[in-house]
Write a protein that binds this ligand. Structure first.
Ligand code: GRF
Length: 203
């Protein structure tokens, strides 16, 4: 499976994918790491691993749609089978992403359908949630609203703040994302017309 990763920042979820591949748990090839931020640390991680990178600056485009079409056009040139959004902090135009529906997944730090969008840890705390977590879902035109593939959850503890929640959740994200990519690589799940189709053997 040929994978392109889109990320805007630190890249710890990308690093977790790389590590899973190193351990022999992920039979994939990383064909591209694309980012909207020239200073994103994820770029160094990719370069050190010898993976091609691409920086596309939104400021060079007239509007979101123009940017997103250019982005997917260039990503498409690397012929990926799957796009993985790993901390890609942009809303993507619905028309531009249409050709990729079913071939693009995102990791989001909440138990979807709760807390689409930003500040998920803060919102979970404010709501007094007893559980918090992360979700991997197929990307559709609805922001953080596509079919959920899998989730990891953990208890919220007394005294938790935004940063302790984020810190405890991250290692769970680092297990969840490679696990889902491994299932897709094994051909054990896909997005069908009526939602996600699982190969029963996988469960
Ligand atoms: C993660 O919490 C991810 O769920 C969210 O953005 C963060 C990215 O972290 N979408 P990293 O860049 O993978 O370290």
């Amino acid at each position: 499976l040929r994978i392109a990763v889109l990320a805007s920042g630190r890249g710890s979820n990308f690093a977790a994918l790389l590590a899973a591949r190193e351990r022999g748990e992920l039979p994939v090839e990383f064909v591209l790491v694309a980012t909207d931020k020239a200073a994103a640390p994820v770029l160094q991680l990719a370069q050190m691993a010898g993976i091609p990178t691409m920086v596309l600056d939104p400021r060079d485009y007239a509007d979101r749609r123009a940017y997103d079409f250019a982005l997917f056009d260039r990503i498409g040139a690397s012929k990926p089978d799957l796009l993985v959004l790993a901390g890609f902090m942009r809303i993507i135009d619905g028309e531009a992403l249409k050709p990729w529906v079913g071939r693009m997944i995102n990791i989001h730090p909440s138990l979807l359908p709760k807390y689409r969008g930003l500040h998920t840890h803060r919102r979970a705390l404010k709501a007094g949630d007893l559980q918090h977590g992360a979700s991997v879902h197929y990307v559709t035109a609805e922001l953080d609203g596509g079919p959920v593939i899998a989730q990891a959850s953990m208890p919220v503890e007394a005294g938790d703040d935004e940063s302790t929640l984020a810190e405890r959740l991250l290692p769970l994200e680092h297990q969840l994302l490679p696990a889902v990519v491994a299932l897709i690589a094994a051909g054990r799940l896909a997005l069908g017309e009526n939602g996600i189709v699982f190969d029963q053997q996988a469960l």
